[in-house]
Design a protein. Structure first.
Length: 88
């Protein structure tokens, strides 16, 4: 019972990291590009760096939403299959 619970928690945490990665990477790349552009042009307006990061994050969510939903559904099905063994 305890091993199954630990395995499910470990898999859930790893899945959370994997599902957050596309959005975080897109925001990181957009932030780096706007930071470089801001340094070259000496334009230091906070909105100039915020808007591209938000747009990149939204685009990543829209692009990866089907994959994220599929992975969450598979994980949920695995959890429902393991639940009877967790009850003791």
């Amino acid at each position: 019972m305890t091993e199954a619970l630990i395995a499910a928690a470990r898999e859930g945490l790893w899945l959370a990291v994997l599902l957050a990665a596309p959005v975080l990477v897109a925001a990181l790349v957009a932030g780096a590009v706007t930071g470089i552009i801001g340094a070259v042009t000496q334009l230091q307006d906070p909105a100039v760096s915020l808007v591209p990061r938000v747009v990149a994050g939204a685009a990543a969510v829209a692009l990866f939403a089907p994959s994220v939903a599929r992975q969450i559904a598979v994980f949920t099905a695995k959890l429902f299959a393991v639940m009877p063994t967790l009850g003791g």
